[in-house]
Design a protein around this ligand. Structure first.
Ligand SMILES: [Zn+2]
Length: 447
C-alpha cells in the first residue's frame, strides 16, 4: 500500500499518554501503521491527504452494538416501551431473519459507524435463526473495511423455561459452545494489527443458564479471547437478579468468572459502589451506551464514578432498535451531556468524552495497538472538517463535541481510506440502503 501523508492538520488530538494536542503537524502512515508524526514531513511519493481545515483524532471505537437491529429501527410497538416489553415486541420479527438480513443490516450499521468516524467496532450477535451465522457479519465488516470484534452471543432459556425470548430463538447450550469454538478457530486473530477478533457473549444473565455463563468463561480463557454480556442495565434487571440468583449482578458476574481485564459489560447503569470497586480492582471494562439508556428510560450510568475509580470505559451506540441511530460521535456528545444532568457542568469535558470514545474504547477491547495517534500504533485515523456551518464561530475547534461535525470527512482504517469526502469508498451506499429498505418492507408485510 502507498504511504499516506496527512498534511498540515489544524489540530491532532493524539490521545497519547501525554494528552498532546499538536497544531499544524503531519502524520505519515506506512503498511497500516503510523510511521512518523511531525511538522513539514517530506512527501517522498506518499499520497497526500490535505488536513488544513481538519481536526484529526484516532478512529472512534464502538464497544457495544447489535448490528442486525438496524433492520428494526423505529418499530412502532417498541418505540415507547421499557426494555423487557421492547424485547417482546421485537423477538417475533427477529425470528424471521436469515443470512441476507444479518449481512445487509450489518453493512448498514457498519457504514453508519464509519461515516461517524468509527474505525473499530465490536458486535454482539446472540440469535441465529434460519441458518444465520456469525460470519454473515464478519463478511460485511471485511467488505466495508472496518476493524471488527464480533462476539458469538447466545440465548438458551426460552419462554417455556421461564425466560424472555420465544423458544424458536434459543439454542441448546452444547450447540452454542460448539459454534463458539468453530468461529474462534476460523476467524479469531490474536496478532497485533488484527482486523478480526472474536469474543464469546451470552446475551445476558436473564437469557442463559448459570452453567453456560460459567462454561463460556472457561472456554474464553482457554482460547485467550475476550468475554462480553449485558449487565445491570435497569431496575428490572437488578430485581430479576435478586429474585432469581439471590444477589446483585456484580456478585453474579464475579461468582461465575465474569470479571477481569478480558471482560467487558454493556450498560452497567445500576452498578452500586461495591460493584464499581469490584470492576476497578479487577479492571473489568464497561461499554457505556448513553443514547440507548435514554431511549429505554434505563437511567444514567455512573460514568464519572467509574472514570474516577479507574475502571476502563468505552462507548457503545447499542443496537439500532434501541438507539435507533448508530452515530458514534453523536454518542460521545450524548455521554458528555448525560453526566452533566446529575453531576453538573464540570462532570465531563468534551475532551474527556472524546478520549473515552477513542482510547477508552480501545482499552476496553484490549487493543493497545489502537485508539491513539502515536508512532507504531495502527493507522486508524479520523479527519473532521471544522470549516463547516456547525463549527463556524468556535473559539476552540479541538473541543470537537461542543461544536463539530457529526460525520467524518475522511477515515483511515489500517492505513486504508474507507471514507473519502464523506463517502464510503468500499461499498455502493445507495444500493445497500435500497436492499435494507426492501428487507424491512418485507418483514413489516409479513407481520
Ligand atoms: Zn445491547
Amino acid at each position: 500500500m502507498t504511504d499516506k501523508l496527512i498534511r498540515n492538520a489544524r489540530y491532532i488530538l493524539t490521545m497519547d499518554d501525554a494528552h498532546r494536542e499538536l497544531k499544524e503537524f503531519d502524520i505519515r502512515t506506512r503498511d497500516g501503521v503510523i510511521s512518523e508524526i511531525g511538522p513539514d514531513l517530506a512527501e517522498n511519493g506518499a499520497e497526500v491527504i490535505d488536513a488544513t481545515n481538519c481536526v484529526v483524532t484516532p478512529g472512534l471505537v464502538n464497544t457495544h452494538h447489535h448490528l442486525y437491529q438496524s433492520l428494526t429501527r423505529a418499530v412502532p410497538g417498541g418505540q415507547d416501551a421499557l426494555l423487557f416489553g421492547w424485547l417482546k415486541t421485537l423477538y417475533p420479527i427477529w425470528a424471521r431473519f436469515g443470512p441476507e438480513e444479518f449481512f445487509t443490516s450489518a453493512q448498514v450499521g457498519l457504514a453508519e459507524l464509519a461515516l461517524s468516524g468509527c474505525s473499530l467496532t465490536s458486535d454482539h450477535l446472540y440469535l441465529y435463526p434460519n441458518g444465520a451465522r456469525l460470519e454473515d457479519t464478519i463478511h460485511a465488516a471485511a467488505e466495508i473495511g472496518l476493524r471488527f470484534h464480533p462476539t458469538r452471543g447466545a440465548m438458551s432459556i426460552g419462554e417455556s423455561d421461564g425466560g424472555l425470548p420465544p423458544d424458536a430463538l434459543v439454542e441448546s447450550e452444547s450447540a452454542i459452545l460448539n459454534d463458539c469454538i468453530r468461529v474462534i478457530d476460523a476467524f479469531h486473530d490474536p496478532a497485533e494489527g488484527a482486523m478480526c477478533r472474536v469474543g464469546v457473549a451470552p446475551c445476558s444473565p436473564f437469557s442463559v443458564s448459570r452453567e453456560l455463563m460459567r462454561d463460556a468463561a472457561i472456554l474464553a480463557r482457554d482460547k485467550g479471547i475476550m468475554m462480553h454480556t449485558h449487565l445491570a442495565e435497569n431496575d428490572e434487571d437488578i430485581a430479576y437478579s435478586q429474585a432469581q440468583f439471590g444477589c446483585r449482578p456484580g456478585q453474579y458476574a464475579e461468582d461465575l468468572g465474569w470479571t477481569g481485564a478480558d471482560v467487558w459489560h454493556a450498560h452497567c447503569v445500576k452498578l452500586d459502589e461495591q460493584e464499581i470497586d469490584l470492576f476497578s480492582r479487577t479492571q473489568t471494562g464497561v461499554a457505556h451506551c448513553p443514547c440507548s439508556n435514554c431511549r429505554l428510560g434505563s437511567g444514567i450510568a455512573p460514568v464519572r464514578a467509574l472514570q474516577d475509580a479507574g475502571v476502563p470505559v468505552g462507548l457503545g451506540v447499542d443496537g439500532s432498535a434501541s438507539n435507533d441511530s448508530g452515530n458514534l460521535i453523536a454518542e460521545a456528545r450524548q455521554a458528555m451531556l448525560l453526566q452533566r444532568v446529575t453531576r453538573g457542568a464540570d462532570a465531563m469535558s468534551a475532551r474527556e468524552a472524546l478520549r473515552i470514545a477513542t482510547r477508552g474504547g480501545a482499552e476496553v477491547l484490549g487493543r493497545d495497538d489502537c485508539g491513539q495517534i502515536a508512532v507504531g500504533k495502527r493507522a486508524d485515523i479520523a479527519l473532521w472538517d471544522v470549516s463547516g456551518i456547525e463549527s463556524a464561530g468556535s473559539w476552540d475547534p479541538a473541543a470537537l463535541l461542543l461544536a463539530g461535525p457529526m460525520q467524518v470527512r475522511h477515515l483511515l482504517v489500517e492505513g486504508r481510506q474507507i471514507v473519502r469526502d464523506g463517502q464510503l469508498t468500499t461499498i455502493d451506499q445507495d444500493a445497500v440502503v435500497a436492499t435494507q429498505n426492501r428487507l424491512a418492507r418485507q418483514l413489516a408485510e409479513a407481520l
